[in-house]
Design a protein around this ligand. Sequence first.
Ligand code: PGA
Length: 256
Amino acid sequence: MSKLLVANWKCNPDSPGRAVRLARETEKAALASKGVEVVVAPPFPFLLSVGKVLRRAKLGAQDVFWGDVGASTGEVSWHQLTHLRVSHVIVGHSERRRWLRETDEMVNKKVKAALAADMKVILCVGEPWEVRRRGLGAAERFVTNQLRKDLHGLPHSRLHLLPARLLVAYEPIWAISPGRPDKPNDTVKMVGRVRTFLHAAFHMLSARVLYGGSVTSKNVGRFLREREIDGALVGGASLKASEFADIAKTASRRVG
Ligand code: PGA
């Protein structure tokens, strides 16, 4: 099974020139890493120029609006993204949930809109430290509750598409940069819980689940050697071309 790496550039870099240079290097890393799929998610203003240099790597957006076109100041719709050849979209990232007060209800609308537009959704879920300090069981309940709300009411006619279209990124919020990565064993348990939920709720037999939370070239191998973990959502470490290339090399060695 191939591994998937999502380079989430967040609000970086600071210029189109730097974005294109980083995209070229990331593309090289993608080409050099057999069995590894790479998605590059730059900020909206760089989607067009970054998209032009990616061949093997796919283009992702960091967010999407559920509306089509119309009076929604500041939003970027799924409709506009499809014109830029965006194939993947990150939805519900913890930074948006936390700083922009994005609710599960909003996340749910975004998931539905992106799936209806035939995009692949990278749905981010994860618990804050206040929950995790009560134990893994509390964290599992928190995460399955997020999934229940975020995936509520998906049209039955599209459920068969979910295995190909829905990816879940488990990101314990306390591990996101600058944070402390989770222990691979605990991540495996959580990933198992996510899969059990998706199977019970949507009969998904082959859900792809990624890990995200301060992934670096030093620790990524410990996560990706677990068969249950299908890849990583890489934030800060995706901004350094050599670091991302090392992560991709390690991922390639872990392909089963
Ligand atoms: P990080 O971010 O790798 O910098 O922790 C991951 C993410 O939030 O996408």
